[in-house]
Design a protein around this ligand. Structure first.
Ligand code: SF4
Length: 246
């Protein structure tokens, strides 16, 4: 699974100028998970991360490269929850090293989607997440009570890692939070869109779209993403009769 490698490198470049706080994954240091979504009312909120009008991005990138992702870690660029004074920019980026995905192309898309769905099963106490997949944003309302009780990104990130690692295909999970201003959130959103385009193209490929690049509407993505064409031409022979018009 090398399709997202360029995006992982781009993401690292976007964060390069910062020096993050780093925590190794510790299953016993997860913040309380309440098991279902909690309503945090505005009057009980301390602030919102990625509030409307603020920078916000959310995406997951996959790789099988150990060189690119080799730790279970939480990284924080910017202030932790207890130090945030008001609404701020916010990104949550997840890098996952996955195994076995190259063995069975037909299953790749489903497995990636299953893994991505893990994020819908994380419910940190006092941390109400609103995702907006079409705009690649994530907005979080954090309650005053949670801050008082000691909520922080280490525990919340650990909770996400725990959820991702429930899937045996996930070998390593790095969860990155960005709360500092001054990062290129628009570029992050762009990366999120590209990642989404790649997964969508994968679906089309796996559904047996004809392999004729000259008339294919996905050519733009496939030209840009290394490995996409190889994947298409390697998958079964459903469209092979149309020829490979590169
Ligand atoms: S490899 Fe060619 S035919 Fe296949 S999806 Fe990409 S552009 Fe379309």
């Amino acid at each position: 699974m090398e399709l997202f490698n360029t995006l992982i490198r781009d993401t690292k470049a976007l964060l390069e100028k910062g020096s993050p706080k780093v925590w190794d994954y510790n299953e016993r240091a997860c913040w309380n998970d309440i098991g279902s979504s909690e309503l945090v009312l505005q009057k009980d909120a301390a602030f919102e991360l990625g509030a409307s009008g603020r920078g916000s991005a959310n995406y997951v990138l996959f790789t099988s490269s150990e060189e690119l992702v080799n730790r279970d870690q939480v990284l924080l660029y910017g202030p932790d929850l207890k130090d945030i004074k008001g609404d701020c920019d916010f990104a949550r980026i997840v890098l996952l090293r996955v195994g076995v995905l190259d063995d069975d192309d037909e299953q790749v898309y489903r497995i990636l989607k299953d893994i991505e769905f893990a994020k819908y099963h994380v419910y940190p106490e006092g941390y109400m997440v609103r995702m907006s997949p079409e705009s690649y944003r994530e907005q979080v309302r954090v309650s005053k009570k949670a801050i008082k009780k000691g909520a922080g990104f280490q525990g919340i990130g650990n909770g996400y890692i725990k959820a991702y690692k429930k899937d045996p295909n996930v070998l390593n999970a790095t969860v990155i939070f960005v709360t500092a201003p001054g990062y290129d959130f628009a570029a992050m959103k762009d990366t999120a869109k590209k990642a989404n385009d790649i997964t969508n193209t994968l679906t089309h490929i796996l559904e047996g779209l004809p392999t004729d690049c000259s008339v294919c509407s996905l050519k733009g993505i496939c030209d840009e993403v290394e490995g996409m064409k190889e994947l298409h031409f390697g998958v079964g022979d459903k469209g092979a009769e149309k020829g490979h018009g590169h």
